[in-house]
Write a protein that binds this ligand. Structure first.
Ligand code: ZN
Length: 336
């Protein structure tokens, strides 16, 4: 018997499901068929954008559209009109200083009519908020991260450090309701922590954090949404927020990967509540507020991230999954 879910959903819906699509290597032609499929199946999810282009060298440059591309920006606005949420993946594909971040929020607003409500950090950008070692509140995990995972010569993320050129936590507090924290391999996030979203002490600028499941690319996405896992999500009456990159392998020969069509079609036939991230979280906040997470529960949340990362690394490595998609995107551009 599963534990009672902390919140029940409206209209007799048995569980909630949404997607937060990180915009890495997403071009208009690549993502459009995926969003058309989601729309047809009745999913309203969250797509992130980079408002600003990047003028220098970036491995994301050739395969990622930004709001500087008029056709792409038009399609993004059109998605918003159809009920999708457009979120912030940082100002652009590489690190940005404060003035650029301010400009990025304004560009977003010009295109979409208001500021974004949700944000997820990108890669190793210096302006990421509470990222790298600063994701952790417990010293033992900071130490472990530095010793085991952080020894990769990462430069510190400083979006939350007052006085840094990359500082913007005050703007985050003004504009954003939800900031992504840790990612996991479980579909039902309530198995990781019963209070989603949550806040923590000592993280000014963030009104509320949300954890998410993560499927880096299409193979991981199909695996995460297997029929068994869908069945479990429904049985547990759970909450699923799936972070992914629709730019990474979701199309095959110009069509949505058949495995994706299959898992999403099956899921759409289940009695789930399929709204964008901020709609789901606003609903939960109305019911239980934004709970301050501390002590054992916070310790466990941080510990589980290590556990899930280790399991994940054994299974796939990020670089192996990243490279082919970047090459694909580069080839596509070169062929035009
Ligand atoms: Zn990213």
């Amino acid at each position: 018997m599963s534990p009672r879910p902390p919140v029940s959903f409206p209209d007799g819906k048995q569980f909630a499901f949404t997607i937060f699509d990180d915009t890495d290597v997403a071009t208009l032609e690549y993502i459009r068929p995926i969003y058309e499929l989601l729309d047809q199946l009745g999913f309203r999810t969250t797509k992130s954008v980079w408002p600003l282009p990047y003028p220098g060298q970036s491995e994301y440059y050739h395969g990622s559209d930004t709001l500087a591309d008029p056709e792409y920006a038009g399609y993004v606005a059109h998605l918003q009109e159809r009920g999708f949420e457009i979120a912030f993946h940082g100002a652009r594909m590489e690190s940005s200083e404060r003035a650029e971040i301010i400009a990025a929020f304004e560009v977003y607003k010009q295109h979409l009519g208001q500021y974004p409500a949700a944000y997820a950090a990108h890669g190793y950008n210096r302006d990421n908020l509470y990222w790298g070692v600063d994701r952790f509140r417990f010293r033992v995990w900071r130490w472990l991260y530095g010793a085991v995972l952080g020894g990769r010569g990462e430069q510190p993320a400083e979006g939350h450090r007052v006085g840094s050129p990359f500082y913007w936590a005050d703007l985050a507090e003004q504009h954003l309701r939800y900031v992504r924290s840790f990612t996991y391999n479980d579909l039902n996030l309530w198995n990781v922590v019963p209070t989603v979203p949550y806040r923590t002490a000592g993280t000014p600028g963030v009104r509320a954090f949300f954890p998410s499941s993560f499927a880096d690319n299409v193979e991981e996405f199909i695996e995460l949404l297997s029929p068994t896992r869908q069945e479990q999500l429904e049985r547990e009456r759970g909450l699923a927020i799936v972070g992914t990159h629709f730019g990474k392998g979701f199309l095959r020969d110009g069509r949505v990967h058949p495995g994706v069509v299959e898992v999403l079609t099956r899921l759409s036939q289940r009695p789930g509540w399929f709204r964008p991230l901020s709609t789901l979280l606003d609903y939960i906040v109305d019911a239980q507020g934004v709970v301050l997470l501390k002590g054992y529960r916070l310790f466990r949340l941080e510990a589980l991230w290590f556990w899930h990362s280790v399991r994940r690394r054994r299974h796939h490595t990020y670089d192996q999954t990243q490279a082919p998609y970047l090459q694909r995107a580069n080839k596509q551009r070169a062929a035009r």
